[in-house]
Design a protein around this ligand. Structure first.
Ligand code: KIV
Ligand code: ZN
Length: 521
């Protein structure tokens, strides 16, 4: 994780196409306002070139590119255009107000595209490369030309087209892996050979543009850079046609974290990556894969006991970058059935509990039981668990087991086993509803005169598997005692709460008796 002194030769320009290749994929359409917001973020986070849209596609696209061009403070604003002259003119009009504008024009060069898509002969394509780039250059100095489907193009023909495009005035040459078919070695080789073979290759900056159909978009992009390209076309969260484009956050962090092996640098402020990811996800309504590199919600989360233990001892055991460097507040130790003792102790300390060894043992057993029944154990669940344990440590009457039969074919029936001062006792009772059956069971096991004054249920967290927290107030002889019980099962929580209040009444009674006996002596 070392970094050499950055040199201009190793500087890689980030060309973001979230608003064009990203937005054109099915379902990712953004509103005008959303596009402006995304563009503003890209402009402030250090993106060098923002491809703001395809102006000829619609009036909406045209307006968005034009407005972004007017507002951008730092980045070059680029519009995409096919090779048709009308397209190019419309694109030029859209980027006209940018402090720095670019026209990006493209044409397919592979045999399969030329034959089936364009239905043109290679010589016609060659002529069109020259006429389209010339037209664009008549409008603006900054012109990018892309050989669509470059990775499936005949090498000699690709060299001819690239040379012609540079001669016509293209300042950036993009060689896309349009269908995500290339492998890194091959993509590296293509750039190296093109740059060595094309006589005027030193007059233009070369660019990579990789799709992710085989999951190699980032690896291919970095291989292209190794082959001499110095611009990466990418998108936030990797959105884009089909399987998407190379993810901006991944290429940027790969260069930063593994600068020893990928010795290039960009102008991106990495702490903005998480914000940009969330913004694009919200604008497009495209969720970010949980385990997505860099910006997925699990990218800095650890659940397994072994990993949590390592993380507590030293974060470098399981994290190769600080979460803060990509704008995440910190590592999160997610509590679940794979968490171990060390993770729980750490979480308890974080929540402000100072427990004895025995108390921790007890909480750990109950935490494991809860985690087996509940997918995510939130901080609130752990708090409920500990609070209940602390509140009921002295209880004389303890719940051992409970079974309830409920449903439309009443009567509801409960079977309960209690530990009463060390003695196990079991009883069965019916009731007018399952809660009534549970409370009748308690009355059968521990006969008492206390009156139920309050019964309240609420969920500790969200979701259908959330823990229920039940409050019960009992009164006897003018004294009221309230207690709470929590459990994913509302009836178990009800039993715990009732027993909690009853225990308090019993203990109060015992204390009063002891007090009276001492007074009489
Ligand atoms: O994937 C591709 O080839 C493109 C071009 C328009 C650059 O998106
Ligand atoms: Zn593309």
């Amino acid at each position: 994780m070392t970094s050499a002194t950055p040199s201009n030769q190793d500087r890689v320009y980030i060309f973001d196409t979230t608003l064009r290749d990203g937005e054109q994929c099915p379902g990712a359409t953004m509103t005008f306002e959303e596009k402006l917001k995304v563009a503003e973020t890209l402009d402030t986070m250090g993106v060098d070139i923002i491809e703001a849209g395809y102006p000829f596609a619609s009036d909406g696209d045209f307006e968005a590119v034009r407005e972004i061009a007017k507002r951008a403070k730092n980045a070059v604003i680029c519009g995409l255009s096919r090779a048709a002259l009308k397209d190019i003119d419309r694109c030029a009009e859209a980027v006209r107000h940018a402090q720095r504008g670019r026209i990006h024009t493209f044409l397919s060069t592979s045999p399969v595209h030329m034959k089936h898509k364009l239905q043109m002969e290679p010589e016609q394509v060659y002529e069109m490369v020259i006429s389209s780039v010339t037209r664009a250059r008549n409008h603006i100095d900054d012109v990018e030309w892309s050989a669509e489907d470059a990775t499936r193009t005949d090498f000699d023909f690709l060299c001819r087209c690239v040379e012609a495009a540079i001669n016509a005035g293209a300042t950036t040459i993009n060689l896309p892996d349009t269908v995500g078919y290339a492998v890194p070695e091959e993509y590296f080789d293509m750039f190296k050979r093109i740059r060595e073979t094309v006589p005027n290759s030193d007059k233009a900056r070369f660019s990579v543009h990789c799709h992710n159909d085989l999951g190699m978009a980032v690896a291919n992009s970095l291989a292209g850079v190794r082959g001499g390209a110095r611009q990466i076309e990418c998108t936030i969260n990797g959105i884009g046609e089909r399987a998407g484009n190379a993810a901006l956050e991944e290429v940027v962090m790969a260069m930063r974290v593994r600068n020893d092996k990928v010795p290039y640098w960009t102008n991106i402020e990495s702490t903005t990556l998480t914000h940009a990811s969330k913004l694009v996800s919200a604008a497009t309504s495209f969720p970010v894969q949980y385990n997505k590199a860099i910006v997925g919600r699990n990218a800095f989360a650890h659940e397994s006991g072994i990993h949590q233990d390592g993380m507590i001892k030293n974060a470098s055991t399981y994290e190769i970058m600080l979460p803060e460097t990509v704008g995440v507040k910190g590592t999160s130790l997610v509590m679940g059935k794979h968490s171990g003792r060390a993770g729980l102790i750490h979480k308890l300390e974080e929540l402000g509990y100072k427990l004895s060894r025995n108390q921790i043992d007890d909480v750990f057993v109950r935490f494991k039981a809860l985690a087996d029944r509940k997918k995510d154990v939130y901080d609130e669940d752990i708090e409920a668990l500990v609070d209940e344990q602390l509140a009921h440590a002295q209880d004389v009457i303890k719940l051992v087991s409970l079974t309830v039969i409920a449903g439309t074919h009443g009567p509801q029936r409960a079977t309960m086993k209690l530990d009463i001062d060390g003695h196990p006792r079991i009883e069965e009772a019916e009731g007018n509803g399952p809660v009534d059956a549970v409370f009748n069971c308690i009355k059968a096991l521990v006969p008492h005169e206390a009156k139920l004054e309050l019964y309240q249920v609420h969920a500790v967290t969200e979701g259908t598997d959330a823990q229920a927290e039940v409050s019960v107030r009992l009164s006897h002889n003018g004294r009221s005692m309230t207690a709470r019980g929590s459990d994913p099962d509302t009836l178990v929580a009800s039993a715990k709460a009732y027993l909690g209040a009853l225990n308090k009444l019993v203990m109060k009674h015992e204390r009063d008796r002891a007090h009276a006996a001492t007074a009489a002596e």
